[in-house]
Design a protein around this ligand. Sequence first.
Ligand SMILES: CC(C)(COP(=O)(O)OP(=O)(O)OC[C@H]1O[C@@H](n2cnc3c(N)ncnc32)[C@H](O)[C@@H]1OP(=O)(O)O)[C@@H](O)C(=O)NCCC(=O)NCCS
Length: 157
Amino acid sequence: MNTVFVFYDKKFRNQVFPELVPLKYFSKYTEQNIIYKFLRAAGIFRSEFFLLLGGDEVQACVVLRKRPGLTPLGMNWFIYGVAVKKEMRGKGLGSILIKNLLDYCRTKKMKRVFLYVDFKNEAAVNLYLKNGFKILKIFNSDRRKRHSGEYLMKKDF
Ligand SMILES: CC(C)(COP(=O)(O)OP(=O)(O)OC[C@H]1O[C@@H](n2cnc3c(N)ncnc32)[C@H](O)[C@@H]1OP(=O)(O)O)[C@@H](O)C(=O)NCCC(=O)NCCS
């Protein structure tokens, strides 16, 4: 399948929400609400929302978010919301999505990118390892704590 990696456009809204992404993330991903607009304008938060199109349809999506980081006063880019259409999984689209995203990060001269992933999510963990991500930190399962049961992964460029 020929694929194209593009920025989110509202004409794809119905193919993305809630087909691929729960509706509750709509304003967060698309920055359609005043708080996100303000945070973006102030240069604090930033989200770039991408789609992978194939056969005229949305096959996958991913968000790149700039957030207060892992270092004091630092801002870092995080990959978030990676999702491939259910019936299209296991066909290489996740790899195409991540490769395109990493190319985009390189063109933006990012030095590194981070992500959190549930360590039981074998498909996702393998996808990231295969694309050069390293496990930076393991958050043991403890429901009271943020990122419980997740890996923090990092890719350096
Ligand atoms: C994780 C996800 C994005 C992978 O996308 P995909 O299109 O199925 O992945 P690909 O077909 O490109 O596979 C790429 C690699 O991922 C790994 N992988 C994919 N599916 C796998 C599975 N079921 N079990 C183990 N590894 C798997 C493999 O290493 C694979 O490489 P290989 O085919 O050379 O062995 C997809 O399963 C998905 O959307 N899952 C639900 C949402 C999710 O969990 N997102 C991650 C949040 S952090």
